[in-house]
Write a protein that binds this ligand. Structure first.
Ligand code: KG4
Ligand code: ZN
Length: 344
């Protein structure tokens, strides 16, 4: 089975080809225009998706050395994400599938992130249950996963996502968008104990997160400092802020392991690219004898390889989407039995 994956839920226009479960090409065109605005502008994103989608798909096919007629299915993100951005990918996929007389499947973007773990490590998909921390710019969720399509929510952010905490924090610090990599770079050689930022929800019952108080604490901290002090100590402030976000993520993840007794832990989404988080995860998993998985760096942030792989699994299981499938900007893994899908 040769599947074309398409991803256009936010500010990356991406296409990839997976043949018999193996990644053959992976093209990501990141829309740099948003850097100018310090965040993603939805209207700008959808217009650029329209410009990029044809060349990006053509490049994915060319670098996989696959002709369009060889495709056996198309997988496309249909939510969650920006409405105007999702529409571009979904309509393109529907049109192409219709023209080629092949099936297409709508894939949940967050399920795609989870599947990024299996791109280079298919053996990890062995059917046993695991905990998955999904940390992106729009979501911070802890799931118990029994198998493809079987997700139970353990906890979620009650306000901002972890990636959003990085993006908003970076903006307050005068750093570029996206904020996660900008803070990570600024924090290099900084003293993470320099400012004692709060760790919201740490030690509380359940597995929920909260990040908006942390961002507010940074705001008031910066208000009390002179611009010279901020400039001189930027790396220390960035390191302290980064540590606070990572501490919160680790605390809730550890709690999820305690509550469920599961020993397999998966992490995915853009924030999983963070080196401090990866280091802390490695140390913890080593000391607790947990099986830990996070994707290679290039598959943490948005890409279509993860969509193609998740879509391949659904198509192989006989799942199909009908042309009635609509975008679902607020889609949750919990409503996987979603509209517009049928099983052969
Ligand atoms: O998964 P993703 O590419 O897009 C969404 O689905 O949202 O995640 C993007 C988020 C942004 O908030 C970005 O700041 C964050 O991931 N991010 C990072 C790093 N790289 C990307 N956060 C912390 N450290 C990083 N190295
Ligand atoms: Zn994403």
């Amino acid at each position: 089975m040769i599947v074309l994956g398409i991803e256009s839920s936010c500010d990356d226009t991406a296409a990839a080809v997976v043949a018999e479960g193996v990644l053959r090409s992976n093209i990501v065109a990141t829309q740099l225009d948003h850097v100018l605005y310090g965040g993603v502008v939805p209207e700008v994103a959808s217009r650029i998706h329209e410009q990029y989608i044809v060349p990006v798909v053509a490049q994915a096919l060319a670098s996989a050395a696959i002709t369009i007629r060889e495709l056996s299915g198309i997988a496309v993100t249909y939510g969650p994400g920006l409405a105007g951005a999702l529409v571009v990918g979904l309509n393109f996929a529907k049109g192409l599938a219709q023209a080629l007389h092949i099936p297409f499947i709508g894939v949940d973007h967050m399920e795609g992130h989870l599947w990024a773990n299996f791109l280079k490590n298919p053996a990890a998909n062995d059917g046993s249950p695991f905990i998955c921390l999904l940390v992106s710019g729009g979501h911070t969720h802890l799931w118990r996963v029994e198998g493809v399509g079987q997700y139970t929510l353990l906890g979620r952010s009650l306000d901002d996502a972890a990636g959003e905490a990085f993006d908003k924090g970076a903006r307050l610090l005068g750093l570029a968008y996206p904020g996660g990599p900008a803070i990570e770079t600024a924090a290099r050689e900084g003293n993470p104990q320099y400012v004692d930022f709060p760790r919201p929800m740490r030690g509380t019952e359940g597995c929920d997160f909260s990040f908006s108080g942390l961002k507010t604490a940074l705001y008031y901290y910066l208000k009390r400092q002179s611009s010279t002090d901020i400039g001189n100590n930027l790396r220390h402030i960035a390191a302290s802020y980064q540590l606070a976000v990572v501490d919160c993520l680790m605390d809730r993840l550890q709690r999820a392991v305690q509550l469920t007794g599961l020993s397999r832990v998966f992490v995915a989404g853009g924030v999983a690219a963070n080196a401090l988080l990866r280091h802390r995860l490695d140390r913890w998993a080593g000391s607790q004898k947990l099986t830990l998985s996070y994707p290679p760096l290039e598959f943490c942030t948005d890409n279509a390889a993860m969509i193609a792989l998740a879509g391949s699994a659904h198509l192989a299981a006989g799942d199909r989407s009908s042309l009635d499938l609509e975008i679902s900007p607020n889609l949750s893994l919990a409503d996987r039995a979603s509209r517009g899908h049928v099983r052969d």
